[in-house]
Design a protein around this ligand. Structure first.
Ligand code: KG4
Ligand code: ZN
Length: 367
């Protein structure tokens, strides 16, 4: 659609109720949701995990993921529509993850969404998966732009000022690994299995974080960038030392899990605190801090963010854990936000394995 047409579409649809089918296939979860802009917003939100298919390999195998999406997507869409009590004819549009992620899986979701859009004559919306996470707070709470976003997932770790749909200003990001990656690799080193984040959190629950000191890269430094590779290396060295002396028992692994969780969360809190100061200086009237992405499901992090927000006199919005990890409700919601602005994609949209939220991502904000 050309610009004039999409603008016109947005104007015409700004004030009428919307119902959108969302599809998410960018990693190892096949997910479908039906979401409305009227209460109750989430009419169906189904996530089919491929955990068991990938578990033997200790991580996601792209080829297995793509085939599993293909096998399950049709059935999941039917179930989501049935649960929502809706048919294709009730939909305002179909939205799917257009990237970033594993290209095979994204292709499956995009082709499915395009086929539905074409046959049912519905607008097609390709959503940036990261924008899905970024806007998920607005699905569940009243959050006004601009807000500060801590986006922490398996592949991304960023602090962004969210100024509006498609408008992001990056304050910082990781210079090496993402926080989720550090949880996952740490869990692998500790033999805690996959996916790593929940496994580390479980092991850490009743153990001591003080037995094994681990470094906190970047802590106390100015700026909002993250680094986790030094922490991962330090953990690997500690594990190797304990192993060589026969001391790597279950208790030591759980203590190390507690140290790892504490170190990662210390770093996330420290950088977010710096970002909040910059954000508040740039936008004195703004008051919302949002955390999203799989790592934002971490209980310890959530509790500590509550304190951080209180100290900065901010309103914290944490989507429920099931909306932090990958899901299609966030994709459908981002679709609603985009449709309201007339931001519709053509059926020639090409899936994007890489797709930064902020195209000018190199330039950190100077405030
Ligand atoms: O957003 P997400 O589901 O997928 C990506 O877009 O990457 O995030 C997945 C990441 C994984 O690294 C996983 O280990 C981590 O989120 N994660 C957690 C928890 N639940 C998921 N990390 C820490 N604590 C958790 N409870
Ligand atoms: Zn994600």
């Amino acid at each position: 659609m050309d610009a004039a047409k999409t603008e016109d579409y947005g104007r015409r649809h700004a004030d009428i109720p919307m119902l959108i089918l969302g599809i998410e296939t960018s990693c190892d979860e096949t997910a479908c949701a039906v979401v409305s802009d009227e209460a109750p917003r989430i009419r169906a939100n189904l996530v089919l995990s491929q955990l068991e298919e990938h578990r033997p390999y200790g991580g996601v195998v792209p080829e297995i993921a793509a085939r599993a999406h293909l096998d399950h997507l049709d059935g999941l869409i039917s179930s989501a529509l049935e649960q929502a009590g809706a048919g294709f004819g009730d939909l305002s549009a179909v939205a799917c993850t257009g990237g970033p992620g594993l290209i095979g899986g994204i292709l499956v979701g995009v082709m499915e969404a395009k086929a539905i859009a074409y046959v049912r004559k519905l607008p097609f919306i390709a959503v940036n998966h990261l924008e899905g996470h970024a806007l998920s707070a607005r699905l569940v709470a009243y959050v006004t732009y601009p807000y500060l976003l801590l986006l922490v997932s398996g592949g991304h770790c960023q602090l962004q000022i969210v100024e509006g749909v498609g408008r992001y200003r990056r304050l910082g990001s990781t210079v090496d690994d993402a926080a989720g990656e550090c949880f996952d690799k740490g869990a692998k080193l500790l033999g805690l299995g996959y996916p790593g984040g929940p496994a580390v959190a479980r092991a850490a629950e009743t153990r001591s974080a003080s037995r094994f000191p681990l470094p906190r890269p970047m802590l106390g430094r100015a700026g909002c960038d993250f680094s986790f590779s030094g922490l991962k290396t330090a953990l690997a060295q500690t594990v190797a030392k304990l192993e060589s002396t026969g001391q790597l028992d279950a208790r030591a692994c759980a203590d190390l899990a507690a140290s790892l969780q504490m170190a990662i969360n210390d770093c996330l809190l420290d950088r977010t605190s710096n970002a909040l100061a910059l954000f508040r200086a740039a936008h004195p009237g703004a008051r919302h801090l949002v955390a999203a992405g799989g790592v934002a499901a971490n209980k310890d992090l959530r509790a500590r963010l509550v304190d951080l927000a209180a100290n900065h006199n901010c309103a914290l919005v944490l989507p429920p854990p099931e909306l932090c990890t990958d899901n299609a409700a966030m994709i459908a919601w981002a679709g609603i936000e985009r449709l309201k602005q007339g931001l519709i994609d053509g059926l020639d949209f090409a899936p994007r394995p890489r797709w930064p939220l902020d195209p000018a991502s190199g330039a950190a904000v100077k405030t």
